[in-house]
Design a protein around this ligand. Structure first.
Ligand SMILES: NC(=O)c1ccc[n+]([C@@H]2O[C@H](COP(=O)([O-])OP(=O)(O)OC[C@H]3O[C@@H](n4cnc5c(N)ncnc54)[C@H](O)[C@@H]3O)[C@@H](O)[C@H]2O)c1
Length: 282
């Protein structure tokens, strides 16, 4: 199946970047959100990314303008009525995602595919609220999606082989590297990453070593290009919290979020997006 036009639902940290990647590959894309301010931020974000490429001599201003013209920013679900693939990237909460899946099932053409960018939730459970479970799949991009090549592709219990083939091919067309993984809470990368994160937070709680020193040790030790606490702030503590709770419910104690993490969430400190997380950005 050829994807001639796509949609991304949710214009936050991930959705804006995923839409940028699709438009950059020359595929028209509708970016939908319920929040007009998020759509404005997304438009600014993608314009900044293309402008940086123009300044670096990687593309001309007119190519950048053509890419932006490939994107439509919309609050209206009816604007998705002619897409062949919609990628859901709304908040990491099952009920919110289910309501988006029901809406997508209503407005998309009958043969269109629905993918979720969920970090840890069940693709089969999402598929079950639609009348097209064969055409529902996981497409898990990584932060920041305009730089990270990997896409985990996840089949739900009823996902058709043709659906997997179509999103594998589409992922390559938008210059990503798709890898098929098994459906389980957290798939591969988040299961490993969040296990490490839980250990980092336990270590921090037990020893009182501060965030900057832990991040320095991890990066200088060559374990990761970015410290885990800086990374958590960048990708959004609210999202990481939902993922940690999903994994903790599925696998138990070893994924339990720390008390400090809980306190940050209770205070509305979600990292860079709110101005405060493990670090301050004010
Ligand atoms: N942040 C990351 O690093 C990261 C990485 C990989 C995957 N993910 C996953 O991607 C998804 C989105 O995460 P994010 O960090 O971009 O979240 P975010 O909070 O930055 O953005 C979520 C967006 O969804 C919008 N939204 C909420 N309900 C909606 C609805 N009913 N219809 C349309 N839009 C709606 C919100 O207005 C917001 O703009 C989550 O499932 C998350 O687990 C996140």
């Amino acid at each position: 199946m050829y994807i001639k036009k796509a949609a991304v639902v949710g214009a936050g940290t991930m959705g804006a970047d995923i839409a940028y990647v699709i438009a950059s590959a020359g595929v028209p894309v509708v970016l939908r959100d319920v929040d007009a301010a998020q759509l404005d931020r997304a438009r600014q974000h993608v314009s900044d990314l293309w402008n940086t490429r123009v300044k670096r001599g990687k593309m001309t201003a007119s190519q950048a303008a053509d890419r932006l013209a490939n994107m439509r920013f919309s609050q209206d679900p009816q604007d998705l009525a002619d897409v062949s693939l919609a990628i859901e990237a709304v908040s990491e909460r099952m009920e919110v995602k289910k309501s988006v899946f029901r809406e997508l099932d209503r407005v998309l053409p009958p043969l269109a595919l629905i993918a979720s960018n969920t970090s840890a939730l069940s693709i089969s459970e999402l598929a079950a609220v639609t009348g097209r479970a064969k055409r529902v799949v996981g497409m898990h991009f990584f932060y920041p999606a305009h730089m990270m090549k990997l896409v985990e592709v996840i089949a739900g219990e009823e996902t058709a082989r043709e659906t997997i083939a179509a999103v594998m091919q589409f992922s390559e067309e938008i210059r990503k590297i798709p890898v098929k993984v098994k459906e389980c809470p957290g798939f591969v990368v988040n299961r490993v990453l969040m296990a490490a994160m839980a250990e980092v937070l336990r270590f921090k709680e037990e020893t009182g070593v501060d965030a900057a020193d832990i991040d320095q040790a991890v990066t200088r030790g060559g374990l990761a290009p970015m410290g885990p606490l800086r990374l958590a702030d960048a990708l959004g503590l609210d999202v990481a919290w939902e993922v940690a709770n999903t994994l903790s419910a599925a696998y138990g104690e070893r994924f339990r979020p720390s008390q400090e993490f809980a306190s940050l969430i209770a205070a509305g400190h979600y990292g860079i997006k709110s101005g405060q997380g493990f670090y301050s950005y004010r």
